[in-house]
Ligand binder design. Sequence first.
Ligand SMILES: O=C(O)CC1=CCC(=O)O1
Length: 395
Amino acid sequence: MTTLPHHRIDGPAHAPVLILGPSLGTSLAVWDAQVPALARRHRVVRYDLPGHGGTLAGAPADTAPGATRVADLAALVLALADHLGAEQFAYAGISLGGAVGAHLAAHHPERVTRLALVCSSARFGEPAGWHERAALVREKGTDAVAPGALARWFTPDFAGTHTADRLLDDLRAADAEGYAACCDALAAYDLRAALPRIAAPTLVLAGRADTATPPAHARELADGIPDASLLELAGAAHLAPAERPEAVLSALLGHFVAPDSDSDSDSDDNRYAEGMAVRRAVLGDAHVDRAVARTTDFTADFQDYITRCAWGEIWTRPGLDRRTRSCLTLTALIAHGHQEELAMHVRAAIRNGLTPEDIKEVLLHSAVYCGVPAANSAFATAQRVLTEDGTPLTL
Ligand SMILES: O=C(O)CC1=CCC(=O)O1
């Protein structure tokens, strides 16, 4: 009996299924920024690779060291789809997760309706490099490959962000044998000759700064798959969904979500979807889940308004980065004495990359323009939040 991979499901139970596959070294959390919006129109099913996140290293069962193949990983995904009653599904995967989807679309074309291959490849370079990496991890654990992953996964500007740190934590937490088995699968993978068998309309996404699966690999996929389109994203390395979350999301929405005939309601839906994604990225899933759960008929229109307008129209604008928007938001909340909202936005500011030192500077600055009593209360609120969350006050 095939063991099912650990997975998480979001979205309406009767919506079409969209399966999301992660890359080597990441967990299903790598899709966090895209799921809320995708889950408005799909039953989104995310899974973990063997030894990653919540999936045991031993799935696929009884595979000896060196023997795991992408076909084994694809069999796990098919078992999951069967278990969920999804005869057909759309699929998007990053890197190795993309290889699993491409394998499924080539070998089980009747199952895959649409496909997106994100920072992926038909052949991930020479097998020797993967054998060496597998041996290194089997001997020294996944810590040994973390510095290399950091350099491949992100552009230098993104390394060191909260998101990058959390993804690296997932890599360090991955089981060595599970990670090595995935390297074995990558070593043996070569789908080039089978690309013409992929019938599903396919979106190929590449990060322009990706050195692991460079844009040339994406072009090879797009040239080989009959119904493919190609999009290259600037300012992204291998984990484009983490580094350019909104750009990846809008490409995926464009590919997987059919436009409504009513274009006004479609753009409104998009604004809501994009707003929800940013709201979750800035305020955190736990907060947004609570807000959604507490929504009543009385508050529903207001919730819709803040998601579409505050988050979907303003926080999504490219003109200011999220750190700057956090500084402005903190200042406005201090000026008006909104302590509860301020506490929430101190947490958001940390998520957006401000340090406690930065927050202290914002509060000091606000003492000049909002008044000392307002800043005094703000210091008390910020101190409480940072202490409660265990955020070190100095770096
Ligand atoms: O080596 C990496 O971390 C990049 C990578 C190649 C295949 C994959 O899934 O990730």
